[in-house]
Design a protein. Sequence first.
Length: 96
Amino acid sequence: VETFDKLRVKDKYVVLDVRTPEEWAEGIIENAVEIDFFGDEFDEKLKTLDPKKKYLVYCRSGRRSGKTAQKMQGMGFKHVMNLQGGYLEWSKAHDE
């Protein structure tokens, strides 16, 4: 979480939230781009992202974002990082 936050601010990564709309309603990390992992157009939306940019990907617990990061790397994205523990860990760290 600490590394995620530092990169999010300093290195101008794009923050990518792959949770569902219901999960987004519970809270979102500031300035995140929302793409529903379970949405019908998920792959098409990933293809619209610039593979030259740097991405920080998160979901609720880290499983979907891990799969998304692997998929993006397979698509030629060079700089993709998964937030381990997902939004659950991030929100715990920011509630203290």
